[in-house]
Design a protein. Structure first.
Length: 363
C-alpha cells in the first residue's frame, strides 16, 4: 500500500498518482530525527573540487532510450517510479520500494522514452538494498545504459540524473557529486528500515518519481540508482520537493545485487556469525574502552569463531570503523560478499588485539 505522509527529512521517491495543484503528493516515509549525524563522509580523492558540467544534451540523447517510467497497480494501490534497462534482453533495474506494492498479485508496466509501453514481470527484489529487477519481453535487443564504476567517483564531479519526477517521463537534470560514502537509513517493507550503504549524494534535482532512475557521469555511464532525497519537514509548511540533497545507490553495489537477482531471484548476503549489542555506557569503563560491540554469542565454526573471536569480547573497530552500534555489522555485510575479509579490533580481559574475519555465506 502507499505510504502515509509524515514529518520526515528523508523521502523515498515513488510518486502517488494523485496530483493536486500541479504538485505531486509524494510518498513520505517516517524516520527518527537526527539522522544526519549518523552519516559518514568519505573525503574527496583530490584536494580541489572538479569544475565544469556535463553536456546534458549529448548525455540525454545517449541515455534516455535506456531509461523507463515504471507504473504499478494492485487494487487501490498505484504509483510511478523509474527504471534503467541494463541488459538488452529486457532486464530493468529499479528500486524495491517502487514496485513493492505490486509484488504480490499487482501489475507492473514500463513506458519507454519513445512512448511505447509494455507489461513487465518481477524477477526478484531485495528490501535490504532497496533494489529490484524487472523483465519485459523483447522481440529485439533493447537500448541499455552502460554500467560505469562508482568506486572512482570524486566529490565535485558533474553528473546527470534521468527519470520520471512527478510522473514526467524522460526528465533530465544536472548537478555534481556533493559527497560520497553516505550511509543513509530508509524505510522499507513492513515499516522496517534499511541502509543505503556508501550512497552517492548529489545536488542534481531529483523528486518523487525519480526512484529507480539513472545517475550517470558525463560519458553517459551508469554510476548510481536514484533512491531518496532529504526534504524540509512538513510542519514548516514548505512543499516537500528537491532541496538539492539526493542519494543514489552506487552502481558497484547495485550491479552485484542485480546480477544475483537475475541469476537466482534472491540475494545471498555474507555473515559474521555473531550476536552483538552495543556496550552500555556504564560498562565501557569496566572494559577500558570508549564504546564497542559486546559479543553475546559467537556461532561455533562460523567466520568470527574461525578468526578467534569469543563470547564476551568487545569489538571496538570493524573494517576500520568505530563499532558503535549493530548497524555497523549490517552495513559491512551489505557492502561485501562472502569470501571478503574484514579487519576487527577487539578487547578481551583488558588486552586489545586485531584479527581478520573472512565473511561466510549464510547456510
Amino acid at each position: 500500500m502507499p505510504e502515509p505522509q509524515s514529518t520526515s527529512w528523508l523521502q523515498r521517491l515513488p510518486l502517488s498518482t494523485v496530483i493536486v495543484a500541479a504538485v505531486a503528493l509524494a510518498l513520505v516515509a517516517g524516520l527518527a530525527g537526527g539522522w544526519i549525524s549518523s552519516l559518514l563522509t568519505r573525503p574527496a580523492t583530490t584536494a580541489a573540487a572538479l569544475s565544469g558540467s556535463c553536456n546534458a544534451t549529448e548525455v540525454a540523447q545517449g541515455v534516455l532510450p535506456g531509461v523507463v517510467t515504471v507504473s504499478i497497480r494492485n487494487g487501490e494501490a498505484s504509483g510511478v517510479g523509474s527504471g534503467v534497462i541494463v541488459r538488452p534482453e529486457g532486464y530493468i533495474m529499479t528500486n524495491n520500494h517502487v514496485i513493492a506494492a505490486a509484488a504480490d498479485g499487482g501489475t507492473i508496466d514500463v513506458l519507454f522514452s519513445d512512448g511505447k509501453s509494455s507489461e513487465a514481470e518481477l524477477v526478484g527484489r531485495d528490501p535490504k538494498s532497496d533494489l529490484a529487477v524487472l523483465k519485459m519481453s523483447a522481440a529485439k535487443a533493447l537500448p541499455t545504459v552502460a554500467l560505469g564504476k562508482s568506486a572512482g567517483l570524486r566529490v565535485g564531479q558533474p553528473v546527470v540524473a534521468l527519470g520520471a519526477p512527478l510522473g514526467l517521463s524522460s526528465t533530465v537534470t544536472a548537478g555534481i557529486v556533493s559527497a560520497l560514502g553516505r550511509n543513509v537509513p530508509v524505510p522499507v517493507d513492513a515499516e522496517t528500515t534499511a541502509t543505503l550503504v556508501g550512497a552517492i549524494q548529489t545536488d542534481a534535482s531529483i523528486n518523487p518519481g525519480n526512484s529507480g532512475g539513472a545517475l550517470v557521469d558525463c560519458s553517459g555511464k551508469l554510476i548510481g540508482i536514484n533512491t531518496a532525497i532529504a526534504t524540509i519537514p512538513n510542519d514548516l509548511d514548505v512543499a516537500g520537493g528537491s532541496v538539492g540533497i539526493g542519494f543514489a545507490v552506487p552502481i558497484d553495489l547495485a550491479a552485484r545485487i542485480t546480477d544475483q537477482l537475475i541469476d537466482t531471484g534472491t540475494v545471498a548476503y555474507p555473515y559474521f556469525g555473531v550476536s552483538a549489542v552495543p556496550l552500555p555506557p556504564a560498562a565501557t569503563e569496566a572494559f577500558g574502552v570508549e564504546n564497542g560491540l559486546y559479543l553475546q554469542a559467537v556461532a561455533p565454526g562460523g567466520p568470527a569463531a574461525q578468526a578467534g573471536l569469543e563470547p564476551s569480547d568487545v569489538v571496538t573497530l570493524l573494517d576500520n570503523r568505530p563499532a558503535t552500534s549493530a548497524a555497523v555489522l549490517a552495513e559491512v555485510t551489505l557492502a561485501r560478499k562472502a569470501g571478503d575479509t574484514v579487519e576487527a579490533t577487539y578487547v578481551r580481559a583488558g588486552k586489545t588485539s586485531t584479527t581478520t574475519i573472512t565473511l561466510g555465506a549464510l547456510p
